[in-house]
Design a protein around this ligand. Structure first.
Ligand code: HAM
Length: 407
């Protein structure tokens, strides 16, 4: 039986998954974020009130059902709402600052394609209690550092935008609606709904019929009040001072309703249409919407599958993901165990003592993705599978030396 469409067993990619999670955890801890473990099931109201009833995520893509007690339950499509709910329950909202990270599966019933799954994994960071834009800048810096550690930064571009406060938004929406009014009948049903319930989301439509119209639509930049203009100027100058290059993208409105203030996405051109690898922004109004006190907050999430795909596209094999296989016949197992415990290798060292010939053992090691093979015969042979280079050694010490030279 196969897994459901859009769901995946992660087997061969799991070392890469662990490596990525490790790097993200390390970057988060270095910036003072602590782990929280949150439920996968929540009452559906949580997502309706936070992400928004009329967003695609809640309106079309959420998995939900009534449980045996008739409670309406949803599989979480994202982690921010649960994190805010947890912080309200802990009494942190309205009282303290907190910085947390979480990782785990999220569920969205989208049309599956490369980089888009129905069960996918996010690594998220949320920061509560800081009004200053320095908290938003720190978020961007954490993500930048993590992407750098994963050797992916040079393949990502940072897009940012500023979603205004309600009064500015109301003025802008009025102007946007009247701009689209003459074209309304020709719009798709989806766009008509967006224009009615969530007009800013018209701006990120990929519908070729409206892209030209959007280019000539009223620009958000022309509507910001003085305070917003000052904050935007500060954000731009801080990012420039930190050598963080960015594109100001007025069409970046994000697919979740809770944002207000700086929003951003790290995008790549390595993954086709699923270009966003990390997205986030400020959501100061969310805790009040969920029944807590009003409390400033900002956050982001990485999509782990997309980071895995990027590393594979770039053929990046981190040291910890490397594999070394020791091939030996049954009568040499003692020697193989000695070598296994003696040599220092950053990744996995396994012993294969069940093969009929060296040739078959080698081909199995290749199939299993080994990077190095050690063959125990009369001598010890180290084979580098990336260039087929072979070297002999007479002792485990010498073998280890050869191996270190190759790493
Ligand atoms: P999001 O942009 O919806 O934001 O998702 C974050 C990341 O999850 C995306 O950039 C993408 O890499 C990944 N992702 C989303 N959907 C899929 C999918 N179907 N398949 C594979 N990967 C996917 C949020 O979820 C917000 N909670 C982020 C946030 C945290 N904002 C503030 N704090």
């Amino acid at each position: 039986m196969k897994p459901l469409r859009g769901f995946k067993d992660i087997i061969e990619d799991s070392p890469l998954f662990s490596h990525i999670e490790q790097i993200l955890k390390h970057s988060a801890s270095q910036h003072g974020f602590c782990e929280v473990r949150l439920p996968i099931l929540e009452n559906i109201e949580l997502f309706k009130r936070s992400v928004g009833e009329h967003t695609d995520i809640v309106g079309k893509e959420m998995y939900h059902f009534d449980d045996q007690n008739g409670e309406h339950i949803a599989l979480r499509p994202e982690g921010t709402a649960s994190c805010v709910r947890a912080m309200i329950n802990q009494g942190i909202i309205g009282r303290e600052t907190a910085k947390c990270w979480y990782t785990g599966p999220m569920f969205r019933r989208e049309r599956p394609q490369k980089g888009r799954l129905r069960q996918f994994h996010q690594f998220g960071l949320e920061c509560f209690g800081f009004t200053s834009i320095h908290a938003d800048i720190e978020m961007i810096q954490v993500a930048k550092k993590a992407l750098q550690s994963l050797a992916l930064l040079s393949h990502c571009e940072l897009h940012i935008n500023y979603l205004p406060c309600q009064s500015t938004k109301d003025l802008y929406i009025k102007s946007l609606k009247s701009y689209f009014e003459p074209y309304k009948d020709g719009l798709s049903d989806d766009l008509k709904i967006r224009l009615e319930h969530n007009p800013l989301r018209v701006l990120d439509s990929k519908d070729p019929a409206v892209i030209g119209m959007i280019d000539h639509a009223p620009r958000l930049d022309d509507f910001y009040n003085t305070q917003e203009q000052e904050e935007i100027a500060k954000i731009k100058s801080m990012l420039t001072a930190l050598d963080t290059t960015f594109s100001w993208n007025t069409k970046l409105v994000r697919g979740l309703d809770y944002y207000e203030g700086l929003v951003f996405e790290w995008q790549t051109d390595l993954l086709g249409s699923q270009s966003a690898v990390c997205g986030g922004g400020r959501y100061d109004q969310l805790s009040a919407l969920l029944g807590g006190k009003s409390w400033p907050a900002t956050g982001l999430s990485f999509g782990i599958e997309r980071l895995v795909l990027m590393m594979q596209a770039l053929n990046i094999i981190p040291q910890t993901v490397r594999k070394c296989t020791i091939l030996c016949h049954e009568d040499q197992v003692q020697k193989a165990f000695e070598i296994q415990s003696f040599i220092s290798y950053p990744g996995q060292i396994s012993i294969d003592f069940q093969f009929s010939s060296i040739k078959k053992g080698l081909s199995r090691a290749v199939k299993q993705g080994a990077n190095h093979v050690i063959m125990i015969q009369d001598t010890l042979t180290l084979k580098n599978l990336s260039n087929s280079d072979e070297k002999s050694a007479s002792s485990p010490q010498e073998l280890n030396q050869l191996l270190q030279e190759q790493l």
